[in-house]
Write a protein that binds this ligand. Sequence first.
Ligand SMILES: NC(=O)c1ccc[n+]([C@@H]2O[C@H](COP(=O)([O-])OP(=O)(O)OC[C@H]3O[C@@H](n4cnc5c(N)ncnc54)[C@H](O)[C@@H]3O)[C@@H](O)[C@H]2O)c1
Ligand SMILES: C[C@@H](O)[C@H](N)C(=O)O
Length: 365
Amino acid sequence: MFSRLYPSRYSKKLTCLFRNVVASATTNSVATTTTTATTTAAANAPKILITGSLGQLGKGLGRLYRKKYGQESVIMSDILKPSKEILNEGRYIYADVLDFKNLQEIVVNCEVDWLIHFSALLSAIGENNISLAVRLNIEGFHNVLELSKQYKLKLFVPSTIGAFGPTSPRNPTPDLTIQRPRTIYGVSKVHAELMGEYFHQKFGLDFRSLRFPGVISADTAPGGGTTDYACQIFHDALKTGHHVCFLKKDTKLPMIYVDDCLRSIEEFLTVPDEKLKLRTYNINAMSFTPEDLAEKIKKYIPELRVTYKPDNRQDIADSWPMEFDDSGARKDWGWKHHYDLEELVKVMLKYLAPIYGRTLKNINS
Ligand SMILES: NC(=O)c1ccc[n+]([C@@H]2O[C@H](COP(=O)([O-])OP(=O)(O)OC[C@H]3O[C@@H](n4cnc5c(N)ncnc54)[C@H](O)[C@@H]3O)[C@@H](O)[C@H]2O)c1
Ligand SMILES: C[C@@H](O)[C@H](N)C(=O)O
């Protein structure tokens, strides 16, 4: 079922996740993998633990923070086996967010200051695994929330456009409005936003969250979301010239290039507390439909053909924001995106074309 709906990365991941749910009760040792890390932590650098760090956002943020604070300051973790490259870049450890003791041991032994919590099942894959999504997205979150309170950590948990639903204003969607999502993913994210805000008020926890649109990246496949077509279309355009899109051609959704998304986290986490009017802000860069994106790609790959075959992900997309109002983040702490649709298409094709052995005309102009 999953392999029919999603590429092999997701079905492999699910097998691993199910195995892990069973295994988590018995795993509670801090299995630190020794690495070839050479740089030492910058003075006063926070010790940052990233959960779910082998996913679409985690790998990039791990690299960014290692550059900024030194390899020793960043502990990447996940339940997956890392590549040699990840191991060589710095510290990586096994951490199952469903295993409280395992996480607690890591926080204490590694003297963690900031916890960046990326482990989650995304929207589409979550609808097909509701009980696992409840465990991972809600129980896993409770574990990191409790630990962050106990050990006074700064806690960042991303939220999403999926935290809104059909009764929210969709065009545009402001920071504060009705939030009645119709996916378990969205429900778990609203829960995280509210719990984080409550722990901030009640216990002074430095909880911060950004609601991201669909994140587009070239080097890591997304993990089973409703916006994944916007990554896959680039690979298909270069490989076969034909993309089968699971959304209708006029489905408009907010999107962001991964570099902008990661920079927003980096900037947001160092904003002084007194500047923040909210604990959760909308973040945006652009909105487009599959047809808009295909037209831009055709500028460089004119032979691209797109067939539209909407599936159950269409219902999810139809309940999400079309335009995302991130004026709060822009006003309160100076958020600005760098990549619009034009720039996004260029950067993705420049990165991917050589991988598929293609030379594209006009791409550098
Ligand atoms: N990618 C997007 O478009 C997007 C947009 C908005 C918000 N977000 C949020 O950002 C976060 C990261 O998203 P992503 O796209 O990198 O997701 P992803 O699916 O690519 O990565 C999630 C990671 O969590 C790990 N994981 C699964 N079970 C775990 C467990 N028990 N313990 C520890 N780790 C476990 C997985 O192995 C995977 O590497 C998520 O919270 C997601 O909701 C992502
Ligand atoms: C939008 C975001 O949360 C994710 N890419 C998803 O579609 O589920």
